[in-house]
Write a protein that binds this ligand. Structure first.
Ligand code: OX2
Length: 842
């Protein structure tokens, strides 16, 4: 290490090394110190937000010491590292998680109380880190937690967006987007102004011949932008391992702004370069499962991928190993196709900058990368136009063509004369303009491709990637079923349930080995346990009811059945079917006599989720939900029997309140469309049941918890194609009568101007009902009746819930990460000494 302190002076350093607070007193001292010095406040003007800031800084000081030690330990061990490349990390809040993971929450709670604050209020002050859209970004966050908790030497690489996913406001029933500026005060990041990378765009390629007569390519000219690293510490649970999430921020390469232009009076263009550079990392694209092909998005992708690879290669080169050892030291996982340019960039580094031969370089590349596919939806499969790549990344386009050439030659050797196959698998789509198919590039450039749940992994092998199975053989394709971290999604979100489980299983060991939940099966008939279980669910519902009252003004009865669907709004996720079902329930209740009504089970239908700003149909769905709520919630005939609420701005910290309060949650996508889903796992882990289709991870959840504990309905994935075909070509689309009745009511104007909802109705009735809403409606409504009946028998209901939780062990992201480590990354955890581990959790 170049800048190390000389031997004689080290003693002084070691004497003064900070160790962070050790007890409550020490914690309080640190909080007061931060309030008075770092924040320049005092006991006369320390509000909750100052208390949050000081508390976060005190925790951060501790984290950063572990972070430093972890980096030293990993550098010293010099073993293989994994790099998780993701354009999205949906982290949520950090303080609560950090306190729990380092085992200091009780101490902080007591300390804050002595200083005059309630820890719950302090935690609430933190702004969510919302650098993601939905499941894909939250999966990346769960993976970071598991990687650190399992002591894997791992880094996350992403973009430091100045604006995360927009804040959603509901105004007059419509979604309004508000920018999410979250960096006002962010104690969890460390700017590394010394860690920068110059990133090139545009320009052209010049060829020359070296002394051995070999052609060498030089990418010259164009623009430079600087990438600056911001590091976020990721503490493991109960371990000293604190890994690093490195987020890149863009800045003008040539310092601040152009002084010459400034002095000559050209103020505007003097800052133009700076602004153009900073635009790259300015904002997260707010689309979930949708590719829009915007130039700035491609710039983001290359900027982030090039900075990350430069960093990874720089770290590798310090070890002075030979290039062929690269895949033994480095595993890079591509979270969807967004980072696929990394494949091309590494090949470019190796052949253009390091002088390796093509084949040797390509071998290294393929053995380094793994690619995770998260969707089969055609509109989400990334394609970039050839002219755009040619313009922005001219050398990369040449390399893509060359990769394709060698790949197609290989195909031709294996399947001579099969022109159709060549056309179908070509990385270049021969359209107008030509397009680069990023998923195909990712497959060709990786040694493993995985889907995220069994059905999904089977589907990619038999549909979108079937030709690649034929070419590469089935072993290149595998499944790693998604998981969730039980630390955030049980221990943090539902502390009382976590304590109850610990009281029965002996300790909190289930948080690091979730299969230990199976011990709960012994207590299913334990009266006291069941009572406490039900009480905790009720208390969580009371907490949510208060949130609903405070944010929507609607009063809901916590004894009613809470039916929750929270996720991005998307036609394939079928919130429209849910709200049509709610209308059907409303009409059924309205048609009853008051006596009959008295016998009905009260229900609260809770919705939440953002619509992409340009997704018109999704916005209509939100509007209909709110319009139905406005009518139903004020109908005197209905009272508590049915309430409909839309919770605005669904995000990670709201999920932590909503999920523990659910009785039944809806995971009702058209079969074959939801790759996995991960909230389904969170709801069941928190003692809620599921109504769902045979899709994504619902199938494996059913296998684990038992068919008696889940409400499945609807057509199967294998039936979807024929049904769609029939709708369109055989004009066999008789709308379900109950659904037709719902449409009639909407068209009568019961829920406001029917024109507002005409698109939603005609998508089902006149445009082929692509998502099979009508086909599944009867089965959906019938199954909801089964839910009502099951809920009436609270004893049996509680049994189902406990049994389900006991069987959820498989869905820990720890299991999932261990599978990636074994099957794809070939990487081992780094042992930490027992005394280090003990020190970390004391
Ligand atoms: C999501 C998928 O839609 C969801 O099913 C899955 O659980 C999640 O990724 C994590 O694997 N964008 N978001 C997803 O896929 C894409 C593309």
């Amino acid at each position: 290490v170049e800048a190390s302190i000389p031997e004689p002076q080290r003693e002084a350093w070691l004497k003064h090394q900070v160790s962070g607070f050790k007890d409550k007193d020490g914690f309080e001292r640190e909080v007061v110190r931060h309030v008075e010095t770092t924040l320049a406040r005092s006991l006369f003007n320390c509000d909750e937000s100052a208390a949050y800031a000081a508390c976060a800084l005190a925790l951060r000081d501790r984290l950063i010491l572990e972070w430093n030690r972890t980096q030293q330990r990993q550098t010293f061990a010099d073993s293989k590292r994994v790099y998780y490349l993701s354009l999205e990390f949906l982290m949520g809040r950090a303080l609560d998680n950090a306190m729990l993971n380092v085992g200091q929450k009780d101490l902080a709670k007591a300390g804050l109380a002595e200083l005059g604050f309630r820890i719950e209020d302090v935690i609430q002050q933190e702004h969510d880190a919302a650098l993601g859209n939905g499941g894909l970004g939250r999966l990346a966050a769960c993976f970071l937690d598991s990687l650190a908790s399992l002591n894997f030497p791992a880094w996350g690489y992403g973009l430091r967006y100045r604006y995360g996913i927009f804040k959603q406001e509901i105004i007059d029933g419509y979604q309004v987007e508000v920018p999410d500026y979250w960096l006002d005060f962010n104690p969890w990041e460390f700017p590394r102004h010394d860690v920068t990378v110059d990133i090139q765009f545009y320009g052209n390629v010049r060829k020359s011949t070296d002394e051995f007569g070999k052609t060498v390519c030089h990418w010259e000219g164009g623009e430079m932008v600087k990438a600056v690293a911001y590091d976020v510490p990721i503490p493991g649970y109960g371990t000293p391992t604190t890994n690093n999430l490195r987020l890149w921020s863009s800045k003008a390469a040539s310092g601040e702004f152009d002084f010459q232009k400034f002095n000559s009076g050209d103020y505007e263009s003097s800052v133009a370069e700076q602004q153009r550079a900073e635009t790259i990392s300015a904002v997260l694209y707010p689309n979930d499962n949708l590719d829009r092909g915007k130039e700035l998005r491609l710039k983001q992708q290359y900027f982030w991928v090039a900075a990350s690879l430069y960093d990874i290669v720089r770290r590798f080169k310090k070890t002075k190993r030979s290039w062929k050892e690269f895949p033994e030291q480095v595993a890079i996982q591509l979270n969807d196709t967004h980072p696929t340019l990394a494949i091309v960039e590494l090949q470019r580094i190796l052949i253009d900058l390091e002088g390796l031969e093509w084949d040797e370089a390509w071998n290294i590349v393929v053995n380094t990368f793994g690619y995770t596919n998260h969707t089969v939806l055609p509109e989400a499969l990334e394609k970039w136009s050839v002219p755009l790549i040619q313009h922005l990344l001219p050398r990369h386009l040449q390399i893509i063509y060359e990769i394709n050439l060698y790949f197609l030659q290989d195909v031709e050797r294996k399947f001579p004369g099969d022109r159709e196959l060549l056309r179908d698998v070509s990385i270049i789509e021969e359209s107008q303009p030509k397009m680069v198919r990023m998923a195909f590039l990712a497959i060709v450039g990786s040694h493993k491709v995985n889907g995220v749940a069994e059905l999904h992994s089977d589907l990619i092998k038999t549909t979108i990637f079937k030709d690649f199975v034929k070419i590469f053989g089935p072993d290149k394709f595998t499944n790693v079923t998604n998981g969730i971290t039980p630390r955030r999604w049980l221990h943090q979100a539902n502390p009382r349930l976590s304590e109850l489980i610990a009281s029965k299983t002996g300790d909190h060991g289930f948080l690091t080995d979730l299969t230990k939940l199976n011990q709960l099966e012994h207590y299913i008939n334990d009266k006291e346990f069941r009572k406490e279980w039900a009480e905790i669910k009720y208390a969580n519902k009371v907490r949510l009811a208060k949130h609903i009252k405070a944010t929507t003004g609607v009063t809901v009865n916590p004894s009613a059945l809470f039916d929750v669907q929270v996720k991005r709004i998307h036609e394939y996720k079928r919130q429209q079917m849910n709200i049509f079902g709610v209308i059907h329930r409303y009409l059924t209740l309205k048609a009853m006599t008051p006596e009959e009504r008295q016998k009905q089970l009260p229900r609260v239908s809770i919705f939440g989720g953002k619509a992409a700003p340009g997704y018109w149909m999704a916005k209509q769905i939100i509007h209909l939900i709110n319009s139905v709520g406005a009518v139903v919630n004020n109908d005197k005939d209905i009272g508590d029997l049915l309430k409909v609420v839309f919770l605005e701005d669904y995000n990670v910290s709201k999920a932590e309140i909503i999920i523990p309060a659910s009785d039944i949650s809806e995971h009702i996508s058209t079969a074959g469309t939801e790759a996995s889903g991960t909230s389904n796992m969170k709801f069941v882990l928190n003692g809620g049941l599921i109504i769902g289709t045979c899709d994504g991870a619902n199938i494996e959840i059913t296998r684990e918890i038992g068919e008696q504990n889940i409400f499945l309905f609807g057509h199967l994935a294998e039936e979807v194609e024929d049904l769609r075909h029939a709708h369109v070509y055989e004009k066999q689309h008789n709308i379900d009568p109950d659904l037709a009745r719902v449409f009639e009511e909407i068209e009568k104007g019961t829920f406001g101007n029917p024109q507002d909802f005409a698109g939603m109705i005609s998508a089902v009735r006149d445009h082929g009902d692509y998502y099979l809403v009508s086909d599944d409606f009867q089965s959906y409504v019938d199954t909801q009746k089964l839910v009502d009946n099951a809920y009436r028998n609270q004893e049996e209901w509680v049994t189902k819930c406990i049994e389900s939780v006991a069987r959820m062990g498989f869905f820990s992201s720890d299991r999932c990460i261990n599978e990636y480590a074994e099957e794809i990354w070939n990487i081992e955890p780094l042992k930490v000494e027992a005394d280090q581990a003990a020190a970390a959790s004391s």
